[in-house]
Design a protein around this ligand. Structure first.
Ligand code: MRU
Length: 365
């Protein structure tokens, strides 16, 4: 997407043809900085420390992480070690496993001497495919927003979103935000309610930033405001992303998504989820029981980061020093609360039959 007129992706290959550059998302929205990744450890750290985040981008970064690892040592043992290190960075976003398995599919059978070139070619293809996939999600989601506009006689459509599932969470376009960009670019009058998304504020910091760069009208709200807005008819539809969607249609996304879906259900507000095929876990049926939920450090809850009076980024402590905190990073919205899944192949019901209808080739349990 464009930043001040210049097109950016979230990850790209440096001009030397081997090092990788990313946008450091921990510095946004107050500073636009990029980072050079030169090693497996640089890539793994970028995922763990959330310099890159969002399921599809985590997958793309892991793919390039393997490339950097193989440059150092392309042996079978090193390949296995690199995969294990990358897989262990974060447990919930299934795109990570998808990307590592996809890369394995083209690397394991090759002699070590051919692996580096093949890895870079596949990682680049994964990024290109992700961009096309996300743009297609935008195209299939646009009619949902157009239908809402028509229902309102062309009046402004208000969409609520949670966390950041925009181009910053993918390679480009985003998932949940892609239909919103398509609607904006098509001239529809659209406004986005942006959940701040505690504790790391991906909404307040990242979604607001990227919508602002693209000129999309938006308002940042506290996470607990959505239900009230829905009760007062101020939300026409919700669109979120997902880190892992079960074969049954259960959707795992940023903590707080489930509560948003409950409020939407209670107020008759359509609740859609944008996702690429890389985020579907065909091995899981019961999402609430079986999707691994990341628990991150309590300091993310007890402290908050922002720009201080002097313009420098700083953290302040919110809680009493002796109060413990728990930090569950994701939750699962049962399929019954999801109106539809917006994929690169179209929109379907959140169910096994719905997903299988769009992905007939998908593995059978
Ligand atoms: O912890 P994060 O920032 O990686 O969580 C990201 C989300 O929950 C997104 O909604 C999800 O990954 C979809 S990204 C297209």
């Amino acid at each position: 997407m464009k930043i001040d007129g210049r097109h950016y992706r979230t990850i790209w290959l440096e001009s030397d043809g081997w090092a990788v550059r990313i946008i450091d998302q921990t510095r946004l929205p107050h500073a636009f900085e990029t980072l050079r990744l030169e090693s497996l450890e640089d890539s793994a750290h970028a995922i763990r420390a959330m310099q890159v985040r969002g399921a599809p981008l985590i997958g793309a970064t892991a793919a390039y992480g393997l490339c950097l690892a193989l440059r150092a040592d392309a042996s079978d043992a090193a390949l296995d070690d690199a995969r294990a290190i990358l897989l262990a960075t974060r447990p919930t976003a299934v795109d990570l496993r998808w990307a590592l398995e996809d890369m394995a599919g083209c690397l394991d059978r090759l002699p070590p001497g051919e692996r580096v070139a093949a890895a870079y070619a596949r990682a680049a293809a994964i990024c290109e495919e992700s961009v096309a996939t996300c743009e297609a999600i935008g195209a299939h989601g646009l009619p949902l927003i157009e239908a809402a506009a028509e229902t309102k006689g062309g009046a402004r459509v208000n969409v609520l979103t949670h966390c950041n599932a925009g181009w910053l969470a993918t390679v480009d376009w985003g998932t949940a935000l892609a239909p919103i960009y398509k609607a904006h670019d098509a001239g529809l009058d659209i406004h986005v309610w942006v959940d701040e998304t505690r504790p790391r504020n991906q909404g307040a910091a990242l979604t607001a930033w990227e919508l602002g760069r693209h000129g999309v009208a938006h308002t940042v709200i506290v996470d607990n405001a959505g239900g009230h807005l829905m009760q007062h008819g101020l939300v026409d539809l919700c669109i979120t992303g997902t880190d892992r969607t079960a074969a049954s249609g259960d959707v795992c996304n940023k903590i707080g998504t489930y509560l948003k879906a409950l409020a939407a259900h209670d107020n008759g507000v359509p609740f859609y989820v944008g996702l690429p095929h890389t985020t579907i876990d065909w091995t899981i049926e019961d999402g609430v029981r079986d999707i691994p939920i990341e628990e991150r450090g309590p300091e993310e809850v007890t402290e908050i980061r922002g720009r201080g009076a002097g313009g420098t980024l700083a953290s302040v402590v919110l809680t009493p020093a002796d109060s413990p905190a728990a930090n569950y990073a994701f939750d699962v919205t049962p399929a019954r609360l999801v109106t539809g899944l917006i994929t690169e192949r179209g929109v379907c019901e959140a169910s096994r039959a719905g997903l299988r209808g769009l992905y007939p080739e998908s593995p059978r349990r």
